[in-house]
Design a protein around this ligand. Sequence first.
Ligand SMILES: NC(=O)c1ccc[n+]([C@@H]2O[C@H](COP(=O)([O-])OP(=O)(O)OC[C@H]3O[C@@H](n4cnc5c(N)ncnc54)[C@H](O)[C@@H]3O)[C@@H](O)[C@H]2O)c1
Length: 265
Amino acid sequence: MQLGLEGRTIVVTGGASNIGRATSLTLAKEGANVVIADLDVDQANRVAKESTGPGPIAVCETDVTSLESVQALAAFTAREFGTTFGLANVVGWEDVHKFVDTTPEFWQKVTAINWTGVLNTTYAFLPQMIEAGTGVLLHVASDAGRIGEYKEAVYGGCKAAVINFSKTIAREVGPLGIRSNVVCPGMTMPTSEAEYGALSMHATTTKIGSAISPETLERAKRLYPLRKFGTGQDLANSIAFLLSHEAAGHITGQTLSVSGGYTMI
Ligand SMILES: NC(=O)c1ccc[n+]([C@@H]2O[C@H](COP(=O)([O-])OP(=O)(O)OC[C@H]3O[C@@H](n4cnc5c(N)ncnc54)[C@H](O)[C@@H]3O)[C@@H](O)[C@H]2O)c1
């Protein structure tokens, strides 16, 4: 199957770490012009250096919670590669707590990164897709946004909002040649320290990674019919597929769980 992404310009927010990293490398492998938009420029540059192409990877320091920063990203991308064809919103962040144990400051952080960030980037990039009469939006949400997950109230609420937002946008811009879809990971672990950055959830929270005992992780795998967690590459494959008009040109407004069967909706 040809994805036809050669020479297409695709922005990957959070493209420096784990799922975003695998997505950036996969899209470059498919020949796309990739812009990694991430707060962590050092890790983003490491990913760009690691890439063997053939598509180029440019790095733009971006804070998706700031519309001004995202507008600067749009201008940078236009200067580097011209019109943006695809926007992959991969940024996300959470820490797990019962809702009653959280604070308004925590809700604000989770909401700014997982929800406002998606509004900002879509707002900044959609007009040029409309003008071009083609384009594709891809948001990474979470199974937590589909089923309501223990200790993930605010994060899950934001991800549910992203899923609903994507459907509305799909209806609004479908007639203009633009698609919008969502991918929902389940547990998706980096396989080495090189695969995630200093600002990654895997480095900054107690949820994932070395903070969880191997026994607990093995128990958690039993909740997955395929008895394994996902990898960044598992997610990158589905993201590249949905970004491709050639492969997924008749798919819009959909939500795809890539989570080993953890949820079946
Ligand atoms: N990994 C999982 O188990 C899992 C499960 C379900 C959903 N998800 C979702 O998948 C996506 C990717 O997860 P991951 O594990 O690759 O994340 P990660 O934490 O490893 O990487 C996130 C990246 O976003 C960047 N970032 C953080 N805040 C930013 C901001 N304000 N502006 C720009 N960049 C910022 C970080 O520097 C990092 O490079 C997220 O949306 C997450 O919610 C992940």
